[in-house]
Design a protein around this ligand. Structure first.
Ligand code: SF4
Length: 373
């Protein structure tokens, strides 16, 4: 364990208060309005408080100095605004920053901030660990710890706004630790918090949910009226190969995933990590191009992060370029993603793994019964 859990009495005091950060804006504003009415306060105070929760956040009610002191004290007695504890902050020479946060129960999660031009993309975590055991993934190798709550997921964005100077995200990708669509109940609320102008106010087209292909979650995301984006981690263009890399393919085979992608009413992105000698051959490019054409997907080829996966080596740059050309020749739009944060271990789950120790990945054939909802 990195952090020791809080004392039981402190935990009890905290859990008796309502965690405002776990609520969608309508619900939070509703309880705040009720509280103001019962306290004899003016109705506008609810929106005034809520503006200091996400949009122009402060760390505690006490810091809402525009409110009378007595009201701040009463708010703090009734409601909780839990913080994530920043344990480690690392900056790469390319501007990428990586944050390791600890949670109240001692779990740790990571967030990566990637600047590019005017944009700042935050890569956020949705679970502590992950059950899905993808063979190339450091998070999968550490096993599943638990789902994160809405306040722990959206709280990553809030914590970076609370820094001095603040880091204001323009784009969000759910590509940190965990499979977001295995934690849909929380992610559903988080999407609202991220997008709602009364909370974090980030445009839906700038928010990407990345999944290995959890079908019920894709359907739930598709049912949302906002234009959230969907990225699917393909990583292997045939069931036979994909099963060896991603045990989840047993439950959700490629054909079903591609059908769901084709039915999604916005353009889908494929993520494809290049593993030397495993999935980077010409026949793989032909197969992947066919899948992309079947659902009009845009393809991102991702150089493997050196040291990010046991037993795999990165495909050399020239071969990645040839792979991309082969895809383009087949009419598929493709980009080669820049590898960022190489000097700070910014691969998924890598920082946490370095600190907690790594355990070996489990073979896919031993994980046919992973519960994927
Ligand atoms: S790649 Fe994603 S889904 Fe697969 S084990 Fe890692 S965190 Fe889980």
């Amino acid at each position: 364990m990195i952090a020791s859990p809080s004392a039981p009495t402190a935990d009890r005091a905290v859990t008796e208060r309502l965690n405002l950060l776990d609520l969608a804006p309508d619900d939070a504003l509703g309880v705040l309005a009720g509280f103001m009415a019962e306290s004899g306060e003016a109705g506008y105070r609810a929106a005034q408080v809520y503006a200091r929760v996400w949009a122009r956040p402060v760390g505690s009610f006490d810091e809402m100095t525009e409110l009378p002191k007595a009201l701040r004290l009463r708010l703090a007695e009734r409601f909780d605004l839990p913080r994530l504890t920043l344990q480690t902050r690392q900056a790469s020479t390319d501007g990428t920053q990586k944050f390791l946060f600890s949670l109240r129960d001692g779990q740790s999660i990571e967030t990566v901030a990637i600047p590019e031009g005017n944009r700042l993309t935050l890569c956020i975590s949705s679970q502590a660990g992950c059950a899905l055991q993808c063979a190339f993934c450091a998070t999968g190798a550490m096993g599943f710890q638990r789902n994160l709550t809405p306040s722990e997921i959206a709280g990553q964005v809030r914590e970076l706004r609370l820094l001095d100077p603040p880091l204001l995200a323009t784009n969000i990708v759910f590509m940190g630790m965990g499979e977001p669509l295995m934690n849909w109940k929380a992610v559903d609320v988080v999407l609202t918090l991220l997008n709602d102008p009364r909370a974090l106010g980030i445009g839906a087209r700038h928010i990407t949910v990345s999944t290995v292909g959890v079908l019920p979650g894709i359907e739930a995301l598709a049912a949302r009226r906002e234009q959230f984006r969907l990225a699917i981690s393909i990583h292997a263009p045939s069931d036979a190969l994909r099963r060896t890399l991603m045990p989840v393919n047993v439950k959700y085979p490629l054909a079903d995933v591609i059908r769901a992608a084709a039915a999604f009413d916005r353009r889908v992105t494929f993520e494809y990590v290049m593993l030397e000698g495993v999935n980077d051959q010409p026949e793989h490019a032909a197969q992947l191009a066919q899948l992309a054409r079947d659902c009009r997907a845009f393809v991102n080829l991702i150089p493997l992060h050196p040291g990010g996966a046991l037993g795999f080596t990165p495909t050399p740059g020239a071969r990645i370029a040839a792979f991309a050309r082969a895809m383009r020749d087949r009419g598929v739009e493709v980009a080669v993603r820049k590898s960022r944060g190489l000097d700070i271990a910014a691969a998924c789950g890598q920082l946490r793994t370095e600190r907690l120790g790594r355990r070996l990945p489990v073979r896919p054939e031993d994980h046919e019964h992973i519960d994927v909802g």
